[in-house]
Design a protein around this ligand. Structure first.
Ligand code: NAD
Length: 254
């Protein structure tokens, strides 16, 4: 009988930003494969995610955590270890979008806010997750970058800076721990239908431009990212390290 490489029974997975969107879909998918889920989020909607997991017989806890705050992230990692004894995999996914503006009109406080949540937040999570993983023999980490970590969109300078930064720190962390049993990768989603993008997707002009410019002519559902994350955290991806896994329907292929 072949081994199911995506079996997460008995594994603990820490996920940030699982109150909605990509994080919630991924939390549900990990739980369906048997994982125990620890969610850190500023959004109380994470309680619904926990309820959905428990309703299907899974195990999950939620701790209010702001990824931009070091003490908050340390406390989240400590809670995961205190509850389940270890962290096998982590999905650092929490993120926000800046208001759209041309570069020279961008407000400094908006830049600082995006960098602190979308970039420093990932730095803090990776740092404390690695400390915990080293004590229990290793693990796998996936960070949510974006196609904005590979190319830039007009009017989104702080987001592009933060997501390019996520790609950089993913590669750097992967190199530092490659011989110590920890793999660190990133996903780079294209346009995904979540609360973050629902305003754009409700605009007929935007949707028309999307149909014209995207090779697959559609946005993705959050569940389509979940499979990529489960793969990257699993033994099926045992030699994938420091990679930026594009999941953009071919958007950056041309
Ligand atoms: N939707 C897309 O098209 C798309 C594309 C590329 C990348 N992304 C990235 O995917 C990730 C998830 O976004 P989504 O589309 O699912 O949006 P979403 O708004 O549904 O989810 C974002 C989650 O992050 C949480 N969050 C925000 N700030 C936080 C903080 N300071 N601390 C802890 N949690 C916080 C929110 O409460 C929410 O649960 C983000 O990093 C986003 O940048 C999204």
């Amino acid at each position: 009988m072949t081994r199911n490489l995506l079996d997460y029974s008995g594994k603990t997975v820490l996920i940030t930003g699982a109150a909605s969107g990509i994080g919630r879909a991924t939390a549900l998918a990990f739980a369906e494969q048997g994982a125990r889920i620890v969610i850190g989020d500023v959004g109380e909607g994470a309680r619904d995610t926990v309820e959905q997991i428990r309703a299907k017989g899974g195990e999950a806890i939620f701790q209010h955590a702001d990824v931009a705050d070091s003490a908050s992230v340390q406390s989240l990692v400590n809670a995961a270890v205190a509850t389940y004894g270890r962290i096998d995999a982590a999905f650092n996914n929490a993120g926000i979008l800046p208001p759209t503006a041309d570069f020279a009109d961008m407000k400094e406080e908006d830049f600082d806010r995006i960098i602190s949540v979308d970039l420093k937040g990932v730095f803090l999570c990776v740092k404390y997750e690695i400390q915990a993983m080293l004590k229990t023999g290793g693990g796998a980490i996936v960070n949510t970058a974006s196609v904005a970590g590979v190319i830039a969109d007009p009017g989104m300078a702080p987001y592009a800076a933060a997501k390019h930064g996520v790609v950089g720190l993913t590669k750097a962390a992967a190199l530092d721990y490659a011989k110590r049993g920890i793999r660190v990768n990133a996903i780079a989603p294209g346009l995904i239908r979540t609360p973050m993008t629902e305003r754009w997707l409700a605009d007929p002009q935007f949707t028309q431009a999307l149909m014209a410019n995207s090779p697959m002519g559609r946005a993705a559902e959050p569940e389509e990212m979940a499979g990529v994350v489960l793969f990257l955290c699993s033994p099926a991806a045992s030699f994938v390290n420091g990679a930026v896994w594009l999941a953009d329907g071919g958007m950056t292929a041309h």
